[in-house]
Design a protein around this ligand. Structure first.
Ligand SMILES: [Zn+2]
Ligand SMILES: [Zn+2]
Length: 541
């Protein structure tokens, strides 16, 4: 069993535990363990076999027992039991129809059904109304939903990292291409699709239906099927003829408006041929949002990035130390990494006092001796206080090489107050970059009221850059705002805000988000040499 397989099973276990209302702490612990294992650079199965699993971060005796069982027997008995009892395909279908997971399970128990087909039969036989809590209205809604399963209720989209994991996994298993919202790197993915080239579509469709990610099929045609995941998320499969594959991929990738503007698409075996036949240059998927027929700019790419300017360590809420993060950044081929831990006002987690900042400097110096010529930069993620002042005194900020300014608490301030507060912070001569400017958490917290046009003006005057934060639930600035910033002449920084070694991998998400905002490498500060990044600093008054 390889690391991703083990991690997938732990994730599945966490999901089922959540459905049976297990202690949220336990659920989180399994998710964390899965993340650790997925990111481990060595075979975890061997560690488990040799009885050393607990050397891994976040793995206690309970999880170790489950891991041992999984590695030795290939399964976790309790997981198999839960899967039988909870009927994941029903949960997936229920969610797809707009029922919560718990409601789906209750429904299945009351009707004594355990598959999606049995649920459909029970509904057709009029048995839904015997279920306690299901009145005529809900019954009518469900029957209607079951009758038109191909049009799911709108639901919040998947975060980009989960969407890539899901669609990338399906695509790899079927030897196809990921398409839909994921291929455009939308910040929240609703239309998930995979396009395969298939001479024998039936066998591809069968393999699709049998994938562990797909718990129920809700639609099936000759060359097309829609399956749902346990979260109730629909995934479309297109099994295209070889001579039409390019057209199918273009169609499954672009937004409806983008594709409509290109129709009718000529049949062609690959995308390049489709665009050629249309007499258009090939268009990067990130730009296939609005109708567009022109010459696309040379977008920045992950390979252009020379360093990461925002990450955390165990000094605040990160999970790795300074040296470990630096080494990992060096292994990614970077030239530099700025350590930007929190300051005390952040509240929920530990923040660095002036004293801590100076003690951390020693650790950074030591790491630099080991990692040279790679450079670990002394940085900070300094909270912007309610009055616009920064959370560390200027003499401390002056010692640092990279200062990120961040609003954490008080995102709900009205527009004039919040804008004034941020502008005040940008006027501080030591601030280099404004972190996650709009303060959103995708699907959880809306964007704040910050007046970006005003911020762009001041950022331009002061030489401050704006961050494109690569955390999958932030992606802030988002693509549209990146485009506005660049039009205003403001430069951006692509950062991961990594809290672990694995988190450094979110650079792909940040860069793709910048690309959605039409950024070229020249717009992105951290595509430049360290000297150029440091010299960008404004003169202190
Ligand atoms: Zn932050
Ligand atoms: Zn941060």
């Amino acid at each position: 069993m390889d690391n991703p397989q083990i991690a997938d099973r732990l994730d599945a276990f966490a999901l089922l535990l959540e459905l049976v209302d297990a202690n949220p702490y336990t659920v989180r612990a399994y998710r964390r363990a899965a993340e650790t294992i997925r990111g481990a650079a060595f075979p975890v199965a061997e560690l488990v076999t040799s009885g050393r699993a607990r050397e891994l971060r976040g793995i206690g005796p309970g999880i170790e027992t489950r891991l041992r069982e999984l590695v030795e027997t290939g399964t976790i008995a309790e997981l198999a039991e839960l899967e039988r009892e909870l009927a994941p395909d029903l949960v997936g279908l229920g969610r797809y129809l707009g029922l919560g997971a718990k409601r789906s399970v209750e429904l299945a128990r009351a009707l004594d059904v355990s598959t999606a087909d049995e649920l459909r039969e029970a509904a057709a036989a009029g048995r839904l109304r015997i279920v306690p809590g299901i009145g005529p209205k809900t019954e009518a809604r469900l029957l209607e939903a079951l009758a038109r399963e191909s049009e799911p209720r709108p639901q919040p989209g998947l975060l980009l990292d989960r969407a890539w994991e899901l669609v990338g996994g399906v695509a790899a298993a079927l030897d196809g291409e990921a398409a839909g919202d994921v291929r455009r790197w939308r910040d929240s993915c609703e239309l998930l699709a995979v396009v395969c080239e298939a001479r024998d579509p039936r066998s591809v469709l069968e393999r699709f239906a049998a994938l562990p990610q797909i718990v129920a099929l809700v639609e099936q045609g000759e060359r097309r099927a829609v399956g749902v995941t346990i979260e109730g998320v629909p995934v479309e499969l297109v099994a295209a003829e070889q001579r039409r594959f390019g057209a199918a991929l273009v169609r499954a990738t672009g937004s409806p408006a983008y594709v409509a503007a290109l129709e009718p698409l000529p049949d062609a075996p690959d995308e390049e041929a489709v665009y050629r036949a249309l007499d258009l240059p090939w268009c990067p998927p990130e730009l296939r949002e609005e109708p567009f027929r022109g010459e696309p700019p040379a977008l920045g790419a992950p390979d252009d990035i020379r360093g990461d300017l925002h990450c955390h360590t165990t000094w605040s809420d990160g999970r790795a130390g300074v040296e470990e993060m630096g080494r990992a950044a060096r292994e990614r081929g970077y030239d530099y990494l700025a350590i930007c831990d929190h300051t005390p006002a952040v509240g929920a987690v530990r923040g660095l006092t002036p004293d801590d900042v100076r003690r951390q400097a020693d650790e950074i110096t030591a790491a630099n001796e080991l990692l040279a010529p790679f450079r670990v930069l002394r940085g900070i993620e300094c909270d912007i206080l309610a009055n616009g002042r920064l959370d560390l005194p200027d003499d401390v900020l002056a010692e640092l090489e990279w200062v990120q300014a961040s609003v954490h608490g008080g995102q709900r301030m009205p527009r004039p107050e919040l804008t004034k507060r941020v502008v005040e912070a940008l006027r501080n001569p030591y601030v280099r970059c404004l972190s996650h400017p709009k303060g959103r958490y995708i699907n959880r917290r809306p964007e704040n009221a910050l007046d970006l046009e005003r911020v762009f003006d001041v950022a331009l005057e002061e030489g401050v850059a704006l961050e494109v934060n690569g955390l999958p639930d932030r992606l802030d600035l988002r693509g549209e705002h990146v485009r506005d910033a660049l039009r205003a002449g403001v430069e951006i920084v692509c950062s991961t805000d990594a809290h672990s070694v694995r988190g450094l991998g979110n650079m792909a998400l940040s860069v793709a988000t910048a690309r959605r905002g039409w950024a070229t490498a020249a717009h992105v500060v951290n595509t430049r040499s360290l000297r150029s990044v440091l010299n960008r600093r404004r003169e202190a008054p």
